[in-house]
Design a binder for this molecule. Structure first.
Ligand SMILES: Cc1cc2nc3c(=O)[nH]c(=O)nc-3n(C[C@H](O)[C@H](O)[C@H](O)COP(=O)(O)OP(=O)(O)OC[C@H]3O[C@@H](n4cnc5c(N)ncnc54)[C@H](O)[C@@H]3O)c2cc1C
Length: 469
């Protein structure tokens, strides 16, 4: 089929104003927030309904075209990169909050709803509930993208990741059928098929509606910033707090390198002698909260804390959080690109993991700054680099692979939250045997025998060479 005819067919499905096909437009949508770039995109289409998504999928099947669902394109592992051309199905126009039911504690949203927009809608109308998952990209990333990547965030320690907040999905399957998986009530009979879709990175179908769980806002929230002499001290405090039976809502760790970078950008005034910072958020009933705050202070003191600041006002709390949320923007001031590695270790292994990360950076000649969702053992070594300099991208990716090997060696995982995409497909054998990968691949091909739905992602390239086109 000629390109002109193909574009006419796509325009007939979604309307001419909802198809982008100029060279510049196709180039823009060949990137996401990863260090990779796609190619040969035929067009970007903006459907308005599940029925239009289904028609697009059927058209792709008929014309042997790959298709990739895209929310906001903030994926860091290359999940929304078009590696094999085809069409980009951009869901940002499907962005309505369809229903909010606080009594039964759910909301129904379209996939293009931006995470923070749902939170704001709930806050503005005084519902007393929120949608908890709060990835660092929450101001731009979509709930559809969060579901597809099973996104984590700062409050996952206590409240769980996205999969813990999804009750049901409407999905366009790779044969173009629209199905509903899960539903408004928990404990649906049969296998958890919605669970299968969550985290499948758009490779098993396109999510067109999500029933999310709402959570009642806590009665009180205490936000604290604790400064330590070293990462070891901060990490020991984290282990001691959790071992004591206290489950903070958030426990974010920053090392000295990232504190300096953040301070230069947003001037929070971190002392230069602090080797690490912990942001702690405690939430729950007002009654008894002071006892927990005192106990946490004891644990921090036992680990040589330099100082603990407790936010007195919402503005104080916002300032404490700003430092963490500004980290990726601050990194962008240092170099044209930053490579954010995403690995996970048992939380007690964090100090060893972070020390070995620094060694790896030194070996490759990169400065590394470390952020971690410390309570979950999820580390994000961040490496500023210049991909325009020959060999830099390859070197930074190799450093990332070495870091992931360390994570697995320490009993952890190659991803804490960003997914596999194309970045880590060759690291999957570090986690799974050939048989386990084969089981996953069979599920993919049972749904999508032609491998057109976000093709050739997640699985090691060696598994894909003989597979479907
Ligand atoms: C500054 C920054 C901070 C970040 N912080 C975090 C963090 O704290 N936690 C975290 O988990 N991630 C984080 N990320 C990574 C990223 O934001 C998340 O993976 C997010 O969930 C992606 O959402 P998106 O809307 O941008 O999806 P996209 O990037 O558009 O897509 C991501 C994947 O989901 C698929 N997809 C998208 N929409 C659908 C759909 N409707 N149906 C089926 N598949 C779909 C795509 O094909 C792709 O594989 C961060 C990224 C940045 C840039």
């Amino acid at each position: 089929m000629e390109t002109v005819q193909a574009l006419q067919a796509l325009e007939a499905i979604v309307g001419p104003s909802n198809v982008l096909a100029s060279r510049a437009e196709r180039t823009v949508y060949s990137y996401d927030a990863s260090v990779f770039r796609g190619r040969d995109l035929l067009a970007v289409v903006f459907p308005q309904s599940a029925e239009q998504v289904a028609e697009l999928v059927v058209w792709c099947n008929q014309h042997d075209q790959a298709y990739i669902a895209r929310g906001a394109g903030t994926a860091i592992s290359g999940g929304s990169i078009p590696t094999h051309g085809g069409i980009m199905i951009e869901l940002s126009h499907m962005n309505r909050v369809l229903e909010i039911d606080t009594v039964n504690r759910f909301a129904v949203v379209e996939p293009g709803v931006i995470n923070q927009d749902l939170k704001q809608a709930l806050a503005q109308h005084g519902f007393g509930h929120t949608y908890v998952p709060d990835s660092g990209s929450q101001v731009v990333s979509t709930i559809g993208g969060n579901v597809a990547t099973n996104a984590g965030g700062m409050h996952c320690l206590k409240y769980g990741i996205t999969s813990n907040h999804v009750l049901g999905l409407e999905v366009v399957l790779p044969d173009g059928e629209i199905v509903e998986l899960g539903g408004r009530i928990p404990d649906q009979p049969g296998a958890d098929l919605a669970g299968l879709l969550v985290g499948s990175e758009g490779t098993l179908g396109i999510v067109t509606k999500i029933i999310v769980r709402l959570t009642r806002l806590p009665e009180t929230v205490v936000t604290q910033l604790a400064l330590f002499k070293s990462v070891e001290d901060a990490a020991s405090a984290v282990s001691a707090i959790i071992d004591d039976g206290i489950l903070p809502a958030a426990l974010e760790l920053m090392d000295q390198a990232i504190m300096r970078i953040i301070d230069q950008a947003v001037h929070v005034g971190y002392p230069t002698d602090a080797g690490a910072a912990l942001i702690l958020e405690l939430d729950g009933l007002e009654d008894g909260m002071q006892r927990i705050v005192d106990r946490v202070a004891q644990m921090c003191k036992a680990n040589d804390v330099i100082s603990i600041e407790t936010a007195e006002t919402e503005a104080d709390a916002a300032r404490i959080w700003l430092s963490r949320r500004a980290a990726f923007g601050a990194l962008a001031r240092l170099a044209p690109q930053s490579y954010i590695v995403d690995g996970c270790v048992p939380r007690t292994k964090l100090p060893e993991a972070l020390n070995r990360v620094i060694d790896i950076g030194e070996r490759y000649g990169f400065p590394v700054a470390n952020l971690a969702h410390a309570g979950d053992g999820n580390l994000h070594p961040s490496i500023p680099f210049n991909g325009r300099e020959p060999g830099q991208t390859e070197a930074v990716l190799q450093a990332g692979r070495d870091i992931l090997e360390v994570c697995v060696e320490l009993g952890g995982s190659i991803t804490g939250e960003h997914g596999v995409g194309i970045e880590k497909q060759d690291e999957m054998p570090l986690m799974y045997t050939g048989t386990e990968l084969e089981v996953m691949r069979r599920i993919k091909l049972a749904h999508d025998p032609a491998d057109l739905c976000n093709p050739k992602k997640i699985f090691p390239l060696s598994m894909l060479t003989d597979g479907a086109s």
